[in-house]
Write a protein that binds this ligand. Structure first.
Ligand SMILES: [Fe+2]
Ligand SMILES: [Fe+2]
Length: 207
């Protein structure tokens, strides 16, 4: 009886420590171990770095249901939810705008003039997927708002799988096909313009 009780205690503590570490320390570790992100002078590198940050957010979100099942809507879950809300309502939105308003419109005439129909089709696919990703975010956001306020949510209804499934293949297509194309197609002047537009989008607005 006693050894079985002891074993359950050890299991509980190790799960708690493991999940807590995975939800809270990932960002700190990544900021220590990973080299600094590119700046606006390397806008394509910056877009890849954004994908890395989105992937880390997805990984944290995917761990949320298990964490909540073990520990309820605790402080760790609230912090993870609040960070995701902040990220996807600011940087995540800017990232889509960078692509939809600047990168894609720059690439389309180049692809058209070269007869690169596969790239034109790819841009059409990516735009349609942005709509699906926005819908996945609209479905997830209310759950995260509840968690950020430390209120309980039904973990089976938490649509984190749908959200990650919308983002991951999309980012892989951009990393593997679109950004390499952009890197050989855009002139230095076009890259500089893209970087300026991305910087402008992130400037705090007065008034
Ligand atoms: Fe995209
Ligand atoms: Fe992207």
């Amino acid at each position: 009886m006693y050894p079985r009780f002891l074993l359950r205690c050890i299991c509980f503590i190790s799960i708690h420590i493991g999940t807590t570490l995975s939800l809270s320390q990932e960002h700190e570790m990544s900021s220590i171990l990973v080299s600094p992100a590119p700046d606006f002078s390397d806008p394509l590198g910056l877009l890849v770095a954004c994908h890395g940050r989105i992937e880390r957010q997805c990984a944290t979100l995917l761990r949320l249901p298990q964490h909540i099942e073990h520990f309820g809507p605790d402080e760790q879950a609230a912090q993870a939810a609040a960070k995701a809300l902040t990220y996807f309502n600011s940087s995540g939105r800017h990232h889509h705008q960078d692509e939809e308003e600047d990168l894609f419109p720059m690439l389309e005439p180049i692809a058209r003039s070269r007869g690169d129909s596969a790239i034109l089709d790819l841009i059409g696919e990516l735009l349609a997927e942005h709509g699906q990703m926005d819908a996945a975010w609209q479905a997830l956001q209310p759950f995260l708002e509840e968690l950020a306020a430390s209120r309980p949510v039904e973990t089976k209804a938490l649509p984190v799988d749908r959200f990650a499934a919308a983002y991951r293949p999309h980012m892989a297509k951009e990393n593997d096909r679109l950004l390499p194309y952009a890197s050989q197609a855009l002139s230095p002047a076009q890259r500089a313009h893209l970087g300026r537009m991305m910087a402008l989008r992130r400037q705090p607005r007065g008034g």
